[in-house]
Design a protein around this ligand. Sequence first.
Ligand SMILES: [Fe+2]
Length: 505
Amino acid sequence: MKFSGPFLFLLLVLFSAFTDRDKPQSKPGVKVVMDGVVTRLYKTYQPQQLDTIQQDFVLSFLTNQEKKILATQYWTFRTNVPVVVSLMRDQAQKVLPFWLKDSGFRKTELIVKNEEYTYEVWQRTYEAGVVSLGINGFDKHRPVYFISVKAQRPGDALRISPIFPAHQTFTTFQKGAFTYHDWSDLTLSEVPESLRGQTLFQTIRGRAREAHLVGAFRRTKFPATTQPDQILLTWSGNPATTQDIQWRTTASVPNGSIKYWQKGSRDTLVKAATLNKMEDRLLQNDRYAHRFTTQLTGLKPGKTYDYQIGSPKGGWSSVASFQTQSTTNEGFSFIWFGDTHKSPVFGEMAQQTLTRHPNIAFYSIAGDLVSTGLHRDEWDELWQYSGTTFQSKPLLPIPGNHDSQDGLGAWMYQQMFSLPHNGPKHPEVPDEQTYAFRYKNALFLMIDATAPIEAQTAWIQQQLAQSKDDWKFMFFHFPPYTFEEDYADIRKAWGPGAHSSTNIT
Ligand SMILES: [Fe+2]
């Protein structure tokens, strides 16, 4: 599966649009309503009851005002002339969106198809003005509905002004068009004559999660406590003189810091950490957690440092240690994993590698660290299974398609890792997901291949051209040579012979 450009941009826009909606002149949006509904559900019902939720139950639980918002504030825009709105709904979605019939949509005989799904077409007319559409459903049906719009009167010049999402992308409704930014290879294979040429609104499959309640609730096996855990080393700066450290506590711990000292020395230094509040709304036993991060600077090359992290309120971790990169000519080694998918087998292997290769410099995981990147319980498993491995050796990862999924980006991944901020300055290439770092005589180009390939090529060329390092490594998640799936775009852009001026080896 390949991913197309604008979806991250769309995501940012979605978030900014949520914020816009919180302003006094706007009504609360779907997110605000769902945050409140979930809070009320937790207060009212036991975990087992939450697992049995169906649409009818949800509707009886919602206030009329909440229902109204969920029926109207998912997708809104303004048109300058009277229009017909066609709504394409995947036939495989068992339960109709609750608001669809009530708001005047009628099912037609028309059918739209792509390679995977068959969509029935629902239609209704609107006068000039605001069109307000409701949620996809309380299930998580990933092929969410999409819409097209045409002017009712053939001579009218149609102008559409998006309201929410604020930055809507459009294309022409026709065979070959794509509907989901996070799956741009999935193109329409069948479009009835009467719909062709209309304005097609594109979306992302991640929108299926916005009102997810049916079969939605999860539990983490490893909830946060006041004691710091998930201690993790990374680098965002020079490995010889800096060290980044991050960890987790429960949300009742408001701050954290690190005490550190050069091994054998009595001079203890203290550095405060920055707090990131993490919320996973559907994680019923641990919705909120705190993630701390800090960077130690001014360290001496080639030295071992001991450290402890914690806070007066949360207690302190046991002493661990790390080593800064030396400036000698000796070689170094590192360990690379791919597709770890928070597996216990990986965790065990990672712990064994440290016993067998205690002198390695660092680890990398080339994407798909977990299977669902915005489910915090999966990260909890990853860190639990890998034990104390990353307390003494840094982990420098890149995201895969499971870490950055459904067009929703990888904000949880970003909060987990403090990494160099030196990637391509491009709106569709997220910070810290593509980056470069140097270790001794080697350059490491860490590439987020779920971001647009073409948006990163110039940066890669530039990094290689300016590097005088003996070794150059490039990590990315999608293999250019594989029997399973063809990544011809990557081969073409980054493979041998791609650019005559730069030899990528
Ligand atoms: Fe993958």
